[in-house]
Design a protein around this ligand. Sequence first.
Ligand SMILES: Cc1cc2nc3c(=O)[nH]c(=O)nc-3n(C[C@H](O)[C@H](O)[C@H](O)COP(=O)(O)O)c2cc1C
Length: 330
Amino acid sequence: MFTTRFTQLLGIDHPIVQGGMQWVGRAELAGAVSNAGALGIITGLTQPTPEALVAEIARCRSLTDRPFGVNLTILPAINPPPYAEYRQAIIESGVKIVETAGANPVDHLPDFKAAGITVVHKCTSVRHAVKAEKVGVDAVSIDGFECAGHPGEDDIPGLVLIPRAAEELTIPFIASGGFADARGLVAALALGADGVNMGTRFMCTQESPIHDTVKQAIVAASELDTELMFRPLRNTARVASNSVSREVVQILGAGGQFEDVRDLVAGARGRTVYERGDTEAGVWSVGMVQGLIHDVPTVGDLVETIMREARESVTGRLSGLLTQEPAAVR
Ligand SMILES: Cc1cc2nc3c(=O)[nH]c(=O)nc-3n(C[C@H](O)[C@H](O)[C@H](O)COP(=O)(O)O)c2cc1C
């Protein structure tokens, strides 16, 4: 077992989290991750209404008696979802862990804290992490440039971002973006993190509720096969490279506006990708880490393998590199 400040804070066995994933983070995946001793997270806004989220939380509870969380992604929108009602649905369902992401979670904190909820805020820069600590979140999940979804605009990869976060934060934090195996976990711990958050790796498991064709596409793809979309709009998203995402990049790069790509990036099209397995139907999030993903294991096998190999790495290969100090030269 690896015991860290993060595993102790959340009451989980392993320092591994399955981050919120639109259309993917449903009860069967979150439940399987939590049953494996890591932390599964249901994606709140994947559910069409707060009432549907209540039902999804109940479904997850029927699948696991271990701790699991709910992701609340706070994004700027012309017609924002009813955030206060989703928040209330989480609280009234008795969920005790929330992953916030996107904008500053400060408006949601008083209610979450009053309900005894542990809040893990996911962000992409050290300055936002420090701000989150200041406003009172319990832990931070810091997403490097490698990550699927929104990597922010600073482009700082984990190798620098994680130790910088360790320098500035006093609360527990986990490293996110680019993690898929024991090598990444051990590296993150060495860099000062208290665990890892994984999206793409958990998306490519047996229990992940998406079409198998998408999982096979991830296995077949390399680390080169992603696009950074919306860069000129300063709302960058890392998605799978396909005909749709390349067209979006081309239109915006030539000076186009959001209106010009609105139809191409519609959420409904992305959802079709996962449901029908048509990887060219729309844009869909995936990380560079797909280059390290070569199989579609069960969640239980994945977590067990990561933890076993991490232990072997620390007690075997790494400690084997230590040699006797040479005797002092007189
Ligand atoms: C398909 C997919 C959908 C995602 N949707 C969300 C989301 O709705 N909210 C969120 O906070 N993060 C979202 N993410 C980001 C993940 O929670 C996580 O931060 C990211 O995947 C980490 O990078 P990795 O894929 O390299 O592990 C998504 C990731 C993927 C792969």
